[in-house]
Design a protein around this ligand. Structure first.
Ligand SMILES: C[S@@+](CC[C@H](N)C(=O)[O-])C[C@H]1O[C@@H](n2cnc3c(N)ncnc32)[C@H](O)[C@@H]1O
Length: 210
């Protein structure tokens, strides 16, 4: 089953982030993380065992594009970046802050973009956290499309069902179920659930790690 955001869901998501942007501006709270340290920790896990130098990177749900300085720390200038986000104000602020040759930003619903090339590395952090009517079909559609667009690896994080508390606005995924779905797309799946946040990360590769 293919599932995209409905027009109402898209509007609600844009309104939420624009409201935060109005309150906080270019700030970590606007993209919904409590601290930069946590955001960094997520990036670190998403790119665990991933060589970034010389690669093209697609960042889906990029927010302000804060992945860019993280990539610069590990790969200097030696990567190409495209960030996509559904919230126009975040994309505009990200492009103003990090836009450069080899760093591009686009606005829109990722699942509505049919003209995307393939990228060596595809990353998505925090974009599946909000509860919608049908999170599983949505997450499946996303994972399939992300994997189709990646040449080497796709890394995505999910809130985990292995927690003591769940915010009713969020959707927590059962890691085993998401692993099973990912394994139906590729034989090479890494499930990372060993870091001290309330979530897990899946890496889907087209070839095994060398
Ligand atoms: C929790 S924020 C994290 C932003 C960024 N990845 C970071 O770590 O700083 C999730 C982002 O995903 C974006 N997003 C959610 N669904 C999307 C979709 N279908 N297409 C494009 N962007 C999407 C939201 O607008 C939001 O900016």
């Amino acid at each position: 089953v293919q599932r995209r955001l409905t027009e109402n869901e898209r509007r609600a998501m844009v309104a939420l982030y624009e409201g935060r942007f109005k309150d906080h501006g270019v700030d970590i709270r606007t993209v919904g993380w409590p601290s930069q340290e946590q955001q960094r920790q997520r990036f670190k896990v998403l790119l665990r065992d991933v060589e970034v130098r010389g690669k093209s990177v697609l960042d889906v749900g990029c927010g302000f594009g804060d992945l860019v300085p993280f990539l610069e720390q590990i790969a200097g200038d030696d990567f190409r970046y495209v960030g996509i986000d559904i919230v126009p104000q975040l994309v505009a602020a990200g492009a103003a802050k990090y836009g450069a040759r080899n760093r591009a930003f686009r606005t829109g619903d990722f699942l509505g973009m049919s003209d995307l090339e393939r990228f060596d590395i595809v990353v998505m952090s925090g974009a599946l956290n909000f509860r919608i009517a049908d999170n599983l079909h949505y997450a499946h559609t996303m994972l399939r499309r992300l994997h189709d667009l990646s040449v080497e690896v796709t890394s995505v994080n999910f809130l985990s069902s292995y927690v003591d508390f769940q915010n009713p606005l969020h959707f927590h995924y059962v890691p085993e179920d998401m692993f099973r779905f990912a394994r139906s797309l590729t034989r090479w799946v890494t499930l990372i659930h060993d870091y001290p946040l309330w979530e897990f990360t899946l890496q889907l590769r087209h070839e095994p790690k060398s």
